[in-house]
Design a binder for this molecule. Structure first.
Ligand SMILES: [Fe+2]
Ligand SMILES: [Fe+2]
Length: 168
């Protein structure tokens, strides 16, 4: 029989794996970005992502558990898709728009997962763990908003108009 705490710890292990994969993907995305603010955004989120791993480690500790990791096929799929997009749009005016497209899928995956985990931590009576998850969640939401702002600010428009210029 699986308890809610088992399910919670399992999901935590899944997210620990996901964050670890993202610490490898984000430097590649930063390197591929030709828009300076976007590159800096990816670099800053890499630092935050390392912090997310540390927070997850503290949550395992709160629950008196060893840090666990569980292969997360969902994040591997999202990252794989982002890498294909990166390769396909390399040297194209669409590269930054493509990077944001991939990155927002990652952030939304994280936002959905951590929203659930925070509520479970509360139900399990661990407000301290819920607070840590809430801190992670706030950073995922902030980076998602930053990506939106950059996309709508110019990056999507530039992808469109530079492509038109090149085609002309
Ligand atoms: Fe994260
Ligand atoms: Fe993130």
């Amino acid at each position: 029989m699986n308890t809610l705490q088992d399910l919670f710890l399992d999901a935590l292990a899944d997210m620990y794996y996901a964050e670890k994969q993202l610490t490898k993907a984000l430097p590649k995305m930063a390197k591929a970005a030709t828009h300076e603010e976007l590159r800096e955004g990816f670099e800053a989120h890499l630092t935050e992502t390392e912090g997310h791993m540390q927070k997850l480690e503290r949550i395992f500790e709160i629950f008196g558990e060893e840090v666990r990791t569980k292969r997360c096929p969902a994040i591997l799929g999202i990252i794989d898709e982002a890498e294909v997009l990166m390769a396909e749009n390399k040297k194209s005016p669409t590269i930054n728009a493509a990077l944001i497209y991939g990155a927002q899928k990652v952030e939304h995956y994280e936002i959905g997962s951590y929203g659930t985990l925070r509520e479970w931590a509360r139900l399990l009576g661990r407000e301290d763990a819920a607070r840590l998850i809430d801190e992670i969640l706030a950073q995922e939401k902030a980076v998602d908003a930053m990506l939106n702002k950059l996309a709508m600010g110019r990056i999507n428009q530039d992808a469109q108009s530079e492509g038109m210029k090149m085609a002309a």
